[in-house]
Ligand binder design. Structure first.
Ligand code: CA
Length: 232
């Protein structure tokens, strides 16, 4: 697995590099947005760790150009942000990033996020890798999700985490999930960040799968507990 690290603060870049190299990933480091685009093309990484504030081109611009650039692999993008308004910019906009991490973060948290993104298919021992409900077909082997609309099937354009979230829901229909349980499923027990990250991904997933995201018919909020998925 190859990872491209884009971070202009050299100490942080080095820290991330050491931490992920120790975990067995092959890492490349660049320090500005333009070099990020060039290296991404050359290396074709599996994952890009992308700082938001960068010289030459900022992270959001790099992200959207990466998404429009022809790549042999479609890399996962983990965005790094500082505390404050930047977070709202990253969450609020449809940046094309798969996940984000707020600085300062611990090496354990970084590794947990990276592993969650790279865990392409979630295995559930012995069970089928294709889940079908009246409105959705999720294929864990091929990592595709389809929505059935008016007798047709349309492909859902989901980020890695949105896909994993939908897969978890569909795998356990009508189960009521707390945010902590969803975090355990998606990021593993190593996660210790803000639980609101779950709400962010739920909101984005609803936008993509619900006919009316304001009144969800599939992903229901269970007041005081969390969420459940229903597709009768
Ligand atoms: Ca920076």
């Amino acid at each position: 697995m190859e990872i491209l690290i884009v971070e202009d603060e050299k100490e942080i870049a080095q820290l991330i590099n050491n931490c992920l190299t120790r975990e067995g990933f092959q890492c490349h480091v660049v320090y500005d947005g333009l070099s990020a685009l060039e290296s991404a093309k050359k290396i074709q990484p599996d994952l890009i760790i992308l700082d938001l504030m960068l010289p030459k081109l900022d992270g959001l611009e790099v992200c959207s150009r990466l998404r429009n650039q022809a790549m042999t692999k479609d890399p996962y993008i983990l965005m790094l942000t500082a505390k404050g308004e930047e977070i709202d910019r990253v969450i609020g906009l449809s940046t094309g990033a798969d996940d984000y991490l707020v600085k300062p973060f611990s090496p354990r948290e970084l590794v947990a996020r990276v592993r969650a993104l790279l865990r392409r298919s979630m295995r559930h021992g012995g069970q089928s890798q294709i889940y079908e409900t009246p409105h959705f077909i999720v294929n864990l082997d091929e990592h595709t999700a389809l929505r059935k609309v008016g007798g047709k099937e349309e492909t859902l354009d989901l980020t890695a985490l949105e896909f994993n979230l939908l897969a978890v829901f569909i795998n356990y229909p009508s189960k009521v999930w707390s945010r902590t349980q969803l975090i355990d499923k998606l990021w593993g027990a190593d996660f210790f960040g803000d639980e609101r990250v779950v709400d962010t991904h739920i909101r984005r997933l609803r936008k993509k799968i619900e006919p009316n995201p304001a009144q969800p018919s599939f992903i229901k909020t269970v007041v005081g507990v969390g969420y459940k998925f229903e597709d009768e």
